[in-house]
Design a protein around this ligand. Structure first.
Ligand SMILES: NC(=O)c1ccc[n+]([C@@H]2O[C@H](COP(=O)([O-])OP(=O)(O)OC[C@H]3O[C@@H](n4cnc5c(N)ncnc54)[C@H](OP(=O)(O)O)[C@@H]3O)[C@@H](O)[C@H]2O)c1
Length: 353
């Protein structure tokens, strides 16, 4: 606590100066930002159709949690065709029923596919795209299949690192490779995580695979910048899903504490927002949630494409303030970890006394 108070007092003059200069920088940079944002490749001017009857939504990991919420929200919006992909057939059928109950007038398909197998994904893509007798639809693809295994670094078995890379990272990339070439227009959303922007304690096998998705998305975005297919990365916070309940079984104390600071979102809120961002005429590259999500995304924007003039102005004017805030948060985590370690050490020594 004392660190935070001293740090806060020492930071005041610099922060106050920023409060004065940030709006000036934002205003002075506005004309340049407007020019840069609107002179992007012509894709930016080719808005996507917003008619749900001309759309198809495909969700990997669509039988549970965030993925299922996207599929249910799509059905409620009257999207013509909703396709969910996962491995377990029973859970797929249950999810299909739930989606159909949300809207019985649309087409709902459930395909049992392992996203780690490119050949199975290629077959699924062929089935969805070539067996469709109706005119081509704008396709919104969500790569949500994924899982985390929280544990202390030294306690993670090597096979868990491999599994995380195969499911979270390669699974999403193989999905995009199978579907994007068949898409005529639409969007691809990679479901990263808040832990794909910050290396989180206890998530050493998971965080890096979610960081990687951002790299793939940046590459794909630049390759598709002249095409009517938009690329997105979503960074959901902790969300109350079956996957999250599973994670909690192995989560170290420190990981739980860090995660408690950010609260727990509802899957329908996260899925609903992800769908809303993808269905925009010009879907933004980054999909973040709440003020914290905005702060971290602004801080870590680097060379990412920018979607709105406001985002560009915020990035050039307040990035140093977000860095300031991040150092305080990091300090808070160090303190929590130190206190827990000392508490554990004291417990052990008092047992030996
Ligand atoms: N919940 C959170 O707090 C949170 C936060 C940030 C990001 N995320 C990310 O959001 C995504 C969804 O998470 P969730 O919490 O909703 O998970 P969940 O409830 O466990 O659902 C995971 C889904 O992925 C499918 N899946 C897993 N491995 C697969 C594979 N190899 N091939 C095909 N499908 C596979 C699962 O079905 P089968 O097992 O039947 O295949 C299931 O449908 C994940 O990528 C996760 O990393 C979650």
């Amino acid at each position: 606590m004392i660190n935070l108070i001293v740090g806060g007092i020492l930071s005041l003059p610099g922060l106050l100066l920023h409060v004065v200069t940030a709006p000036v920088i934002a205003l002075l940079s506005a004309p340049a930002m407007i020019f840069l944002v609107y002179s992007k490749p012509k894709q930016a001017k080719k808005a996507l159709s917003t008619d749900p009857s001309l759309k198809r939504v495909i969700v990997t990991g669509g039988s549970s949690g965030i993925g299922k919420s996207i599929a249910v929200a799509a059905a409620k919006q009257g999207i013509a065709e909703v396709v969910i992909i996962a491995r377990n057939k029973e859970r797929l059928e249950e999810a299909k029923k739930e989606i159909t109950q949300a809207n019985s007038s649309i087409v709902v398909k459930a395909l049992s596919v392992d996203v780690e197998r490119p050949e199975s994904l290629a077959e699924a893509a062929k089935e969805i795209f070539t067996k469709d007798p109706t005119p081509p639809k704008t396709t919104h693809l969500f790569c949500c299949a994924g899982a985390a295994y929280p544990q202390y670094f030294q306690d993670i078995p090597p096979e868990e690192f491999s599994k995380a890379v195969h499911t979270n990272q390669l699974g999403s990339i193989f999905t995009a490779q199978a579907f994007v070439p068949l898409m005529t227009s639409g969007s691809v959303t990679f479901c990263s995580s808040g832990a794909g922007q910050i290396g989180v304690f206890g998530l050493a096998s998971y965080s890096p695979t979610k960081f990687a998705l951002r790299g793939y998305a940046e590459c794909l975005h630049i390759e598709l910048c002249e095409s009517p297919i938009y690329v997105q990365v979503a960074y959901p916070p902790d969300t109350d899903t079956p996957g999250f309940a599973e994670e909690n079984k192995t989560k170290p104390y420190e990981t739980k504490k860090i995660s408690e600071m950010a609260g727990l979102a509802k899957p329908e809120d996260i899925g609903g927002s992800m769908l809303k961002e993808a269905l925009k005429e010009n879907p933004p590259f980054n999909v973040y949630f709440g003020l914290e999500g905005w702060l971290v995304t602004t801080l870590t924007c680097g060379f990412q494409p920018v979607s709105t003039v406001l985002d560009a102005m915020a990035q050039v004017s307040v990035m140093s303030v977000t860095r300031w805030i991040s150092l305080f948060v990091l300090n808070d985590w160090y303190n929590m970890i130190r206190t827990y370690k000392r508490g554990k050490a004291n417990n052990v020594s008092s047992k030996h006394d």
